[in-house]
Structure formats: C-alpha cells, structure tokens
Design a protein around this ligand. Sequence first.
Ligand SMILES: *Cc1c(COP(=O)(O)O)cnc(C)c1O
Length: 377
Amino acid sequence: MLDEIVFSRPYRSADELANLEAVLRSDHSHGDGAFTASATARLTDLTSAPNALLTTSCTHALDMASILLDLGPGDEVVLPSFTFPSAATAVVLRGATPVFVDIDESTGNIDPAQVAEAITSRTRAVTVMHYGGVPVDLDSILKITTDAGIPLVEDNAHGLGGRDGFRMLGTAGVLATQSFHDTKNVHCGEGGALLINDEALLERAEIVREKGTNRARFLRGAVDKYTWQDVGSSYLLSELNAAVLDSQLASFETIQTARHRVWDAYADGLAEWADDLDLRLMSDDPTLQHTAHLFYVVMPDHDGQTELISHLRGLGIRAAFHYVPLDSSPAGQRFGRTLRPLERSAAFSSRLVRLPLWAGMTDAQVERVVAGVRSFR
Ligand SMILES: *Cc1c(COP(=O)(O)O)cnc(C)c1O
C-alpha cells in the first residue's frame, strides 16, 4: 500500500524551533518584539508595501480594513462571490452589505465589467482576491475605483510575492491582507498581516490593532502614557507565531522554487491528457507572475469533479474542490445581495479540482499524482 499523498503540508523552515526557543527563554512572548520587527521588515521588502502590521489572521486584517474604511449600516462593498467568507464577514460585522459579483472563468478572479455595473452611490469599497496568486486585472479595477472615488482592498492571502508584470500584489489597494494560516505558502500556524499603502491610515491602524489604544506610539516614546483612543481589538500577533513566521519568510525563495517546480510538472505532465479529454488546466499567463499557491483542473461538469476526486482518493491522493460561492451560501443569502444569478462562480466551483501542492513534495509523489490524474478517463 502506497503512502497517502496529502493535499497540503506546512513547510518546515530551518530556524523555526531555535526561534521559538529564543522567544520562550526571553520572557517576551506577547506581540511586537524582535521577531515581529524582523518578520515585518521581511514582509515589506518582499511585497514592497510601505507599511505592514502583523495580525492574528487574514480574517482579522480584513476586519481592521473595514474599521479603517469606516464602513457602517447602509454602506456597500463589492466583492467576488467566489472567495473565502472572511472578506464578506468583515463587511457584515460593521453593519454594511456585501454585494457579490461574478468571476472571469479563465482565472477565477473578479470580473471588472461586473464590478462597474455593481457600483452605486452607497458603494464604499471594492475588495478583490487574487485567486491562486494569479493577478486580478488591476488596471481595469483601479480605473473603476478611481473613477468612483472609492478605495480598493486586496485580499492577498494567495498572492504573496506575485506580480502583474510591474506591480507587486498587495500594493495596488489602499489596504491589502495576507494570511499565514498553515495551508498558505508561508505560515506560522495562524497569522496574517495588513499591508498599509496609504500612509494616512497607518497611525489609526496601529491603534485599532492595539485594542483601540495608542500603545504603539507609547512604546516608541512618542507619548508618555497610552490611553483609549478608538474602537479596536487585540489583532496583534504573538511573538511566538512571529518567530516561526520570521524563519518562514527567510525561506521564501526556497519555498517558492519548490512550489513552482510542482506546478510546472503538473502543467507539463497533464497538458496532453487535458487536450485529449477537452478539459482546461489552470493557465499560466507569462505576462503575470503567479505564486504557485494552487493548481487546478476544470472538469466538464460537477459529476466529473466528484469522479476525479474519488478516483484520486482510490489511489491514495487527496484532491479537493474549493469555495462554495458566497451568494449561494446561507449567510450570503441572509446578509448580502447580487444583481443577478452568478452562473460563472457556480459553474467554476462545481467543476474545479485542486491537486496536492506543497513545497516538500518529492519527485516520486509529483509523478504519482500526474500518473493518477492521467489514468482518469
Ligand atoms: C485563507 C484565506 C483567508 C483567511 O485567512 P486566515 O488567516 O485563516 O484568517 C482569507 N481569504 C482568502 C482568500 C484565503 O485563502
């Protein structure tokens, strides 16, 4: 019996245990210590964002964005239906309404034409997500948000280190969010970051992240005591998590090289099979630099999705579907709205199969996945 090939396995970076031990021995394991400073510097280097704050999760970074944009009842935020729920809950928690729009099926990314249509006088922001780290059509989206005079937020959970030719993902929006959940390319168990590209939001972001206090300014010696200034919560990452994150970010190139090797092997090894069966593989536009966060096959129908996943499971290979469109989910129907049925999101979600992809996969495991998929007819 062959070992099971899991769908995702967190990368183990060289210094993570030593870093953790150093934190535990230092008696400083709450947030904003030396590893937070180091990981934050690595993150701003990597993304070229002017400012970043580490957070407890991407979800919390999205919550912070909603607070910083002063969302409230009556306000609307336009976002894709095919995404993770956190971008929508961040809107709903402020009493505002998520307006779901459809995707471009060739990428799974938000369709700019639908964004333009969904903008009303109540729209306060557009949130996009770079699916699989493939860049959203940012030029078109930025034209729409600029014309409407509203901010863009990037949920960049998949897009760390990606670029659309010249622009780093996470730097187009006024705010962008990262996830360091252990299913992401770089992880620290649970964690995230808020990238702050608009300097004017930085001081308030520090306050919101520190329970609504100006503790960050106090620690820098800018004020002689810290006081309650605003709403906020405890959104800062523990130094224990930051210690792991710092070591992971130091290994970023190694992680990405390993992931791209798997991605390329799937693209090469499955091209002929996909052609024969008239299926579509996740495509690689050479003008964009994706992040090899995932690799997928689009089956002709929902039965094909179910059958391929179970075929692979029979061979000891874990494959997976992905997001259930938010507009069709119970909370989406309760809290959100759409202009029309979002058929492309529904079709994409019901047909897509993601293959195992993680940095530690061996050549033999990658070959087994390729052979396993090719044996499906
Ligand atoms: C993983 C993910 C999130 C949530 O990240 P957490 O750090 O677990 O809160 C949000 N958005 C997208 C697109 C994700 O993939």
